[in-house]
Design a protein around this ligand. Structure first.
Ligand SMILES: CCCCC/C=C\C/C=C\C/C=C\C/C=C\CCCC(=O)SCCNC(=O)CCNC(=O)[C@H](O)C(C)(C)COP(=O)(O)OP(=O)(O)OC[C@H]1O[C@@H](n2cnc3c(N)ncnc32)[C@H](O)[C@@H]1OP(=O)(O)O
Length: 199
């Protein structure tokens, strides 16, 4: 296999699609913030204030659907501006990252974004609302392949962006080893745990 194909976002033929974890929120339920300081999903100044729910498993246009999907909503505010009156592309990518990143934790433990590809299909004016839907396309070992679309002002509004991503499952050590100690302590990690993880 070449290096290029090994890092592709195409779903491998031997990938599977597991069901939601029994302790994960059910269809229609709100997905709570995964970290009280998250600029994606928590209610903090400077955040994008994304709200997400577990979606049903319907597929797009006749495809039979998958078991795990997330619906998200984000108000496009003045402070997200790039071009005059338009969203900065990085904010759309942040919205995709957050929505896509909420899918795998419904199945497994923590995952982090390894690769994210975004197609910007149409301009997004400030003052609108983005509606996103992400779904799990396949899992192979620690790799979670997900895809999403973003629409304007309603769940079936005009398509403004699509994205594909790979999330890689990590254990608690990933955060304990790399995160700033004061932020880890704020969510309950002990100084001893942090020291031990860093050897
Ligand atoms: C007390 C503490 C508690 C803390 C917990 C708190 C909260 C977290 C909980 C849940 C999160 C829930 C929701 C999150 C929602 C949204 C948040 C957005 C998510 C983010 O915003 S997160 C920030 C940005 N993100 C990073 O900060 C990652 C930096 N990065 C790394 O940390 C490493 O890079 C890592 C871990 C990715 C891999 O490293 P590694 O050593 O573990 O594994 P390795 O390299 O072996 O890769 C394994 C297999 O993935 C393939 N692979 C790897 N990278 C690839 C790539 N780029 N393209 C294609 N394939 C790739 C390999 O080819 C191999 O594939 P194969 O199995 O086929 O060989």
């Amino acid at each position: 296999m070449t290096q290029a194909s090994a890092r592709s976002l195409d779903v491998p033929a031997d990938a599977t699609i597991p069901s939601r974890h029994p302790k994960a929120p059910g269809v229609g339920e709100r997905i709570p913030p995964h970290n009280p300081a998250c600029r994606g999903c928590a209610d903090v100044p400077g955040g994008i204030h994304m709200e997400s729910w577990v979606d049903d498993d319907r597929g797009e246009g006749g495809d039979p659907g998958v078991g795990v999907a997330v619906r998200s909503r984000m108000a496009v505010t003045d402070d997200m501006q790039g071009g005059p009156g338009l969203i900065h592309g990085g904010y759309l990518m942040a919205a995709f990252d957050e929505c896509l990143g909420s899918v795998a934790p419904l199945v497994t433990r923590s995952c982090v974004t390894a690769r994210l590809e975004t197609d910007f299909r149409a301009p997004v004016p400030v003052g609108t609302t983005l509606w996103l839907r992400a779904r799990l396309d396949g899992v192979l070992r620690r790799k979670y392949f997900v895809s999403a679309e973003a629409r304007l002002d309603s769940e079936d509004g005009p398509l403004v962006g699509t994205a594909r991503a790979l999330f890689v499952q990590v254990d608690l050590q990933h955060f304990l080893r790399h995160g700033r100690a004061e932020d880890l302590e704020a969510i309950g990690a002990s100084a001893e745990q942090i020291r031990a993880a860093r050897g």
